[in-house]
Design a protein around this ligand. Structure first.
Ligand SMILES: [Mg+2]
Length: 397
């Protein structure tokens, strides 16, 4: 179901709608997005549509396609913002239903300022949980509102937060636990050939021996100088994690990602003292409070919020500030075309994850080329080209 609401008449004190944004407009110097321009505006309507595309390289036997929910918000002056939310396999229709039935009616007539509205809408959804589907759904609203905010200023969301389009280092990543060791080594070979200085593979096989054999093969293919990150996707309990990491240390992993169930802070505390391998986590934490608890506990070396799963750019910026306050690196999770746009919110060292053949453009989600350009090199980099708005416009179906 698609929720469509008629646009309300502009309020007398609302600013006049600006001319259509010019792609040639130079980015605004933007320490702090202007609040005045959007504050008088309200939300008139929110529409959604579901897009599904097959993965070129399935992420597992049961992960063969990705879902994106395109969102379009109409404001009281008739201007529009376009965003999206996303989930690989689980919950796309549920997130869309939250947007259509619980978020769209609630936000109608309320402020169009993304930060002010996010808090109000999040509080409204509390019965359905503080994070997860609720925050995934909220991202669809938040990204559309930031798109509208940037468009009104004839600039990009990237520039709104101070982005200059500077290149950022990417690392090669694959969802590859299910592929054969030969195919895994071939993938690593493609990354080496492409110039990547850091790559990430999956671990967490039912048989630890299989993981050890694969890591030995991958480390041999990489040589001693390239970084090797490993990702267990929460497959271990504490005892399994201790045994696995003890066996993996000789391969010099740059980090172990999600070794334990995401919310199990106590187990992470226990694991912390049992391994010297840096711990990365956060793709399945959803709230500022969860990130605060893990950072204050000192159990994480690299936090990896997913811009969509935490609820959009608004909460992502708050989490980034929290990570900075704890002197912990932030490496955004997946969604290269979105994560690159918000790099200026992060500060410090940033490594962008590029999953092989899984960009929105590659999978056919985008109506226009992504503003995030890929550049060959050693290592490969990405940068944001000049554009207006969020810059990620999805196809109609
Ligand atoms: Mg991961």
């Amino acid at each position: 179901m698609t929720t469509t609401s008629p646009a309300r008449a502009a309020r007398p004190d609302a600013p006049a709608r600006p001319d259509a944004p010019s792609p040639a407009a130079s980015p605004a110097p933007a320490a702090s997005p202007a609040l005045e321009a959007s504050a008088p505006l309200t939300v008139a309507g929110l529409e959604t549509r579901l897009l599904t595309r097959p993965l070129t390289r399935p992420w597992g036997p049961d992960v063969t396609e990705l879902h994106v929910i395109a969102t379009r918000v109409t404001l009281s002056d008739g201007s529009v913002g376009e965003g999206f939310t996303w989930t690989p396999t689980i919950g796309a229709r549920a997130a869309r239903s939250l947007l259509d039935h619980d978020i769209a009616p609630f936000v109608q007539g309320r402020t169009a300022h993304p930060e002010a509205l996010w808090d109000t809408a999040w509080a409204h959804l509390h019965e359905a949980g503080a994070g997860g589907l609720t925050t995934i759904a909220l991202a669809g609203l938040d990204l559309a509102l930031w798109d509208a905010t940037a468009k009104r200023q004839s600039t990009s969301v990237h520039a709104l937060f101070g982005g200059t389009g500077a290149p950022v280092t990417a690392y090669g990543s694959g969802v590859n636990l299910h592929v054969s060791t030969d195919d895994l080594v071939a993938q690593v070979g493609r990354w080496v050939e492409a110039g990547y200085r850091a790559v990430k593979i999956k671990v967490g096989s039912p048989d630890l021996t299989r993981d050890v054999q694969r890591l030995a093969a991958v480390r041999a293919a990489l040589g001693p100088d390239r970084e090797l990150m490993i990702d267990a996707n929460q497959r271990w309990d504490l005892g399994q994690a201790r045994r696995a990491l003890s066996a993996f240390e000789r391969f010099d992993p740059a980090w172990i990602e999600e070794p334990l169930r995401a919310g199990d802070l106590a187990a992470h505390r226990a694991l912390r003292g049992a391994t010297a391998i840096p711990i990365a986590l956060g793709e399945n934490l959803h709230t500022l409070h969860q990130f605060r608890d893990f950072l204050e506990a000192g159990v994480v070396d690299i936090v990896q919020p997913n811009v969509v799963r935490v609820g959009g750019i608004t909460p992502f910026r708050r989490i980034a500030a929290l990570a900075r306050a704890h002197s912990v690196e932030l490496a955004p999770h997946l969604l290269t075309d979105l994560s690159a746009l918000v790099v200026p919110c992060i500060g410090g060292r940033v490594r962008i994850e590029e999953v092989e053949d899984a960009s929105f453009g590659h999978l056919g989600f985008l109506a226009h080329p992504s503003p995030v350009a890929r550049h060959a090199g050693t290592p490969p980099t990405v940068n944001v080209e000049p554009h207006v708005g969020l810059g990620l416009v999805l196809k109609d179906d």
